[in-house]
Design a protein around this ligand. Structure first.
Ligand code: UDP
Length: 439
C-alpha cells in the first residue's frame, strides 16, 4: 500500500467511476489518510466512488476483507488488487469474481520480469555484475543480476508469481503508443487479458486534484507556481527521488552541491523529517539563502504533477519509479535517471534505450544505504547535459518526449487507445458476469 501503488490505483478507481462503475477503494485507515481528501472530493463531485477502511497500519487480513466484500451491496463483480497482495487471489476465488492484478509498472518491465523468471538465466549467472541479454525481447537489452528485483529469482516469493499467473487479467498504467511492441507481446503473454489504460494520472483535471494528488502538498501552491512562473521555459530541473527515497544525508548533500554548481534553476524535493543531518548542513552552509533566487527546496510532499506540467520545468532527475516516469513523459519532460531498487533499472532501460527520452547517471545496482553512490561532479555533469539548451541531441530528445506525451494525452481522450481499452476491460467483466448469470 505504498504511495507509488495507492496513487495510481485511486486514479484507476476514478477512471472506472467516470464510466458509471461503482468503485470501492479498500485500504487501512493509516494508508487511507493521505488519500481521503481526494476520494471525498471525487465522491462529492457525484462519482460513484467510496472508501472502505479495514485493518490497521499496513495490515489488512484476508478474513476481514472476505467478510466485508461478502456483505457489500451491490455484490462486487471484480477485484483489482496489487501484485504483492497475492492472497487476494483466494478472496476473489471464494467470491467467484475475477481478480485483476495491478503491478504499477510498464509492459516492457513486465515482459522482462516474466521472461527472466521463466528462463533460468538469473540463477545460472555466476556473478551479480555479469551482464546478460534479457531473453525473447525485440530489443537487445542487457542487464545484470544486481540491477534486478529479487522477485525474478525462483524460490523467492513464488506465491506472488503463482497468484499473478492465475489472475484473470492485468491493468497496466501505460498506453499502447508508448511501447507498441511490448504492449502487444505482453498482452499476448496474458492471453489477451492485459489492458493498457494509462496514463492514469491524466484523469485528474481539476487543479485541487492535481495539487493534492497522493497527499497534501507541503508547499503553498501559489508560492510554488509564482516561483515557477518567474523562470524561463524549460530552464528548471526538478529533483525528486520518489515517495520512499532512502538516500542518506551525505548523498543528499552531494545532490545539493551539484545543483548549486550546475548553475541551473532547480526544485529539489526531499522528506524533511528524516534528514536532520542534511538540515544542519543546509543551515550551516547557508545553502538556501545562497540559492534563494535559483532554487526552491520542498521538504515533504511535492505537488509533482503540477510541477512537471509547468512550462518552466525542462528536466527531471528521477529514481525511475514508473509513476514518475510516465508523469514526466506525459508532460514532455526529459529525464536524468538514477534508479535504485525494484524494477527501476528496467524502467531506466525504457527511458534511455527504448524511448530515448533521458540520460543515465550510470549508477550500479547495489544499494549502499549509508554511502555516497554518486558524487557531486557526476550529478553536476548529468544535470548540465540534461539541461543543455544549445545541444541538438537535447533538443531532439525534448521533441521526442513531447511527441510521446502528446500521444499519451490523446490515448486518454474519447477515441484514444487507453479510453477504448478501459471500455474493453469493463465490457469483459460485464460479459463474465452475464455468462455466470446464465449458467
Ligand atoms: N509523488 C508526489 N510528491 C512527492 C513524491 C512523490 O506527488 O513529493 C508522487 C509521484 O507523482 C508519483 C508517486 O508519488 O505519482 C511516486 O511513485 P513512483 O512510482 O514514481 O515511485 P515510488 O515512490 O513508488 O518509488
Amino acid at each position: 500500500m505504498a504511495p507509488g501503488h495507492m496513487i495510481p490505483m485511486i486514479d484507476i478507481a476514478k477512471l472506472l467511476a467516470r464510466r458509471g462503475v461503482i468503485a470501492t477503494i479498500i485500504t487501512t485507515p493509516h494508508n487511507a489518510l493521505p488519500q481521503q481528501a481526494t476520494i471525498h472530493r471525487a465522491a462529492a463531485s457525484g462519482l460513484p466512488i467510496r472508501l472502505l477502511q479495514l485493518g490497521h497500519d499496513n495490515l489488512l487480513r484476508q478474513p476481514r476483507l472476505e467478510e466485508s466484500l461478502a456483505a457489500t451491496v451491490p455484490k462486487p463483480n471484480c477485484l483489482i488488487s496489487d501484485v504483492f497482495h497475492a492472497w487476494t487471489c483466494d478472496v476473489a476465488t471464494k467470491l467467484d469474481i475475477p481478480r485483476i492484478v495491478f503491478h504499477g509498472t510498464c509492459c516492457f518491465s513486465l515482459l522482462c520480469l516474466t521472461n527472466l523468471y521463466d528462463s533460468d538465466i538469473v540463477d545460472s549467472i555466476e556473478s551479480d555484475e555479469e551482464r546478460f541479454l534479457v531473453p525473447n525481447l525485440p530489443h537487445a537489452i542487457e542487464i545484470c543480476r544486481s540491477k534486478l528485483p529479487a522477485l525474478v529469482k525462483k524460490g523467492h516469493r513464488d506465491e506472488i508469481h503463482e497468484a499473478e499467473r492465475s489472475a484473470y487479467g492485468v491493468l497496466v498504467n501505460g498506453f499502447e503508443e508508448l511501447e507498441p511492441q511490448y504492449a502487444e507481446l505482453y498482452c499476448e503473454a496474458r492471453r489477451g487479458k492485459a489492458w493498457c489504460v494509462g496514463a492514469v494520472s491524466l484523469v485528474n483535471k481539476e487543479e485541487s486534484d492535481i495539487v493534492e494528488r497522493g497527499n497534501k502538498a507541503s508547499i503553498d501552491k501559489n508560492k510554488c507556481l509564482e516561483w515557477l512562473d518567474s523562470r524561463e521555459p524549460n530552464s528548471v530541473v526538478y529533483v525528486c527521488l520518489g515517495s520512499l527515497c532512502r538516500l542518506n544525508a551525505k548523498q543528499l548533500m552531494e545532490i545539493g552541491m551539484a545543483l548549486e554548481a550546475s548553475e541551473h534553476p532547480f526544485v529539489w524535493v526531499f522528506s524533511g523529517e528524516k534528514y536532520k543531518e542534511l538540515e544542519n548542513w543546509l543551515d550551516r552552509e547557508g545553502f538556501e539563502e545562497r540559492n534563494k533566487e535559483r532554487g526552491l527546496v520542498i521538504r515533504g510532499w511535492a505537488p509533482q504533477v503540477m510541477i512537471l506540467s509547468h512550462r518552466s520545468v525542462g528536466g527531471f532527475l528521477t529514481h525511475c519509479g514508473w509513476n514518475s516516469t510516465l508523469e514526466a513523459v506525459c508532460e514532455g519532460v526529459p529525464m536524468l535517471t538514477w534508479p535504485m531498487y525494484a524494477e527501476q533499472f528496467l524502467n531506466e532501460k525504457v527511458i534511455v534505450e527504448v524511448l530515448k527520452v533521458g540520460y543515465s547517471l550510470g549508477v550500479g545496482g547495489e544499494e549502499k544505504i549509508d554511502q555516497v553512490v554518486v558524487k557531486k561532479a557526476e550529478i553536476e555533469r548529468g544535470v548540465r547535459r540534461l539541461m543543455d539548451k544549445g545541444s541538438e541531441e537535447c533538443e531532439e530528445m525534448r521533441r521526442r518526449v513531447e511527441e510521446i506525451g502528446e500521444m499519451g494525452r490523446r490515448a486518454m481522450e474519447e477515441g484514444g487507445s487507453s479510453h477504448f481499452n478501459l471500455s474493453l476491460f469493463i465490457q469483459d467483466i460485464v460479459d463474465q458476469m452475464s455468462k455466470k448469470n446464465t449458467l
